[in-house]
Design a protein around this ligand. Structure first.
Ligand code: IMP
Length: 179
């Protein structure tokens, strides 16, 4: 594909790891119903694949939190663009994220969600970019540690595009230099 500089995680690697994560979650939550809280839009692809490998009953709910706009650097500004539809009080909530970078988005989300009194609140992220972290985040499930580069694909966008590509890649410089 002409926008790909190099592939960081292939489709096969992602699918194998997502299966493992689903199996681990199924074991850890045995006997419990899980609310998968998808952080839109990046977490959507991951949620769909992950949920297929969870064996107990799951409910979905969606939240949209903005910290990036269309830029490749975080603004540090976090706001709820779309809130959950259901109350999470007394529920086992698992946040499903595409990537944790600075941690600012999740730090805000965690505070906000804790105040709604869930029975438990955990985090599952496909990608973790620890080099750029600004606030400590307790991550329960991680798919892959990734380098501090701007990544695209499998939920991650460039200007809202390419989320549908089934692998994670570094885009060609020509694609991002005109941001
Ligand atoms: P954080 O608040 O810096 O942890 O950013 C989290 C959000 O920023 C993610 O859910 C993504 O939407 C976005 N993001 C972080 N790194 C990347 C990247 O490399 N490519 C595309 N989006 C990213």
């Amino acid at each position: 594909m002409d926008i790909v500089d190099r592939i960081i995680i292939s489709e096969e690697e992602i699918q194998a790891r997502v299966r493992e994560l689903g199996e681990a979650i199924s074991r850890d939550y045995a006997g419990k119903t899980i609310t998968l809280l998808c952080v839109l839009k990046g977490g959507l692809m991951f949620l769909c694949d992950l949920a297929k490998h969870i064996t107990q009953p799951v409910a979905y709910d969606f939240m949209s939190v903005s910290s990036y706009g269309d830029a490749t650097e975080t603004s540090g500004v976090v706001r709820i663009v779309k809130d959950l539809e259901e109350s999470i009080e007394g529920k086992h909530v698992l946040i499903v994220e595409d990537i944790i970078d600075t941690g600012l988005t999740l730090s805000y989300l965690l505070n906000n969600l804790h105040s709604r009194n869930p029975a438990s609140l955990r985090i599952c992220t496909l990608l973790n970019k620890p080099e750029n972290r600004r606030v400590e985040i307790p991550i329960d499930y991680v798919g892959f540690e990734v380098p501090n580069a701007f990544l695209v694909g499998y939920g991650l966008d460039f200007k809202q595009l390419y989320r549908n590509i089934p692998f994670v890649f570094v885009p060609k410089k020509e694609l991002i230099e005109n941001l």
